[in-house]
Design a protein around this ligand. Structure first.
Ligand SMILES: Nc1ncnc2c1ncn2[C@@H]1O[C@H](COP(=O)(O)OP(=O)(O)O)[C@@H](O)[C@H]1O
Ligand SMILES: NC(=O)c1ccc[n+]([C@@H]2O[C@H](COP(=O)(O)O)[C@@H](O)[C@H]2O)c1
Length: 202
């Protein structure tokens, strides 16, 4: 059984979820893990000297739980899909099935700054958009905890730059995508890339 784990990382509001939702619909036996589901509750988020809750740091996430969830998928993708209400093809019911591809997409804004997580990835994508576009898109987004005024310039953007620099220093093989391309173009580009890679592996 072949297993393939794809990271869809990138800047906040770059279009990670939009791309992931489309890929999940067309890729065979494909499950997804969203990093957003692993944010700690608001009362456990540290408050910085600037007075802002420090959401955009790795310690605001339960990374151990996220890693365990992904490990659960690697141990039994079919069981994982069933328990998460995701469709699996009929033939994959046979646990000994050979030549069957199982895909996991991991989507999130801080995927490539945590070694235990990066070790899982067979392929790393990273979506970026410029400052102005990011600030614009973020201003119309509603999170479970709404952004207080000034959070973007005071915390979100500086943390993005810091993590991006750390990621670049780590020398992971990352495929950069411009989030300024149309939703269709981003999807087509990544879908074709994944299909080519899978064909070469089979
Ligand atoms: N390629 C794109 N071009 C223009 N707007 C986009 C594009 N992709 C996503 N968006 C919009 O940007 C916002 C954030 O998209 P989303 O996929 O939720 O980003 P992320 O998961 O990276 O935070 C949404 O309003 C979405 O419709
Ligand atoms: N999901 C939540 O509980 C929550 C709460 C506060 C902020 N956020 C924001 O979510 C962002 C990451 O998610 P996106 O990549 O989808 O924008 C971070 O920049 C963080 O500031 C999320």
């Amino acid at each position: 059984k072949m297993k393939y784990i794809i990271g869809i990382g990138g800047i906040t509001n770059g279009g990670k979820t939009t791309l992931t939702d489309r890929l999940v619909k067309v890729l065979p036996n494909c499950c997804v893990v969203h990093q957003d589901d692993f944010f700690k509750p608001p009362d456990q988020i540290e408050v910085g000297e600037d007075g802002y809750k420090q959401w955009d740091v790795i310690t605001s996430l339960d990374m151990e739980a996220m890693v365990n969830t992904i490990r659960g998928w690697t141990e039994n993708p079919v069981k994982f899909a069933r328990s998460h209400g995701m469709p699996v093809s009929a033939s994959s019911d046979d646990e000994d099935e050979e030549g069957q591809v199982h895909i996991l997409i991991v989507e999130g804004f801080l995927l490539y700054n945590h070694k235990p997580l990066t070790d899982f990835f067979n392929k790393c994508y990273y979506i970026t958009i410029p400052y102005e576009e990011c600030k614009q898109r973020r201003s119309s987004r509603q999170y479970t905890v709404p952004d207080p005024p000034g959070l973007f310039d005071g915390h979100v953007w500086p943390m993005y730059l810091k993590h991006r620099n750390e990621m670049e220093d780590s020398c992971l093989p990352i495929e950069y995508l411009s989030g300024l391309m149309s939703k269709d173009d981003i999807f087509t580009c990544v879908h074709e890339d994944i299909q080519n890679t899978l064909l070469n592996c089979l």
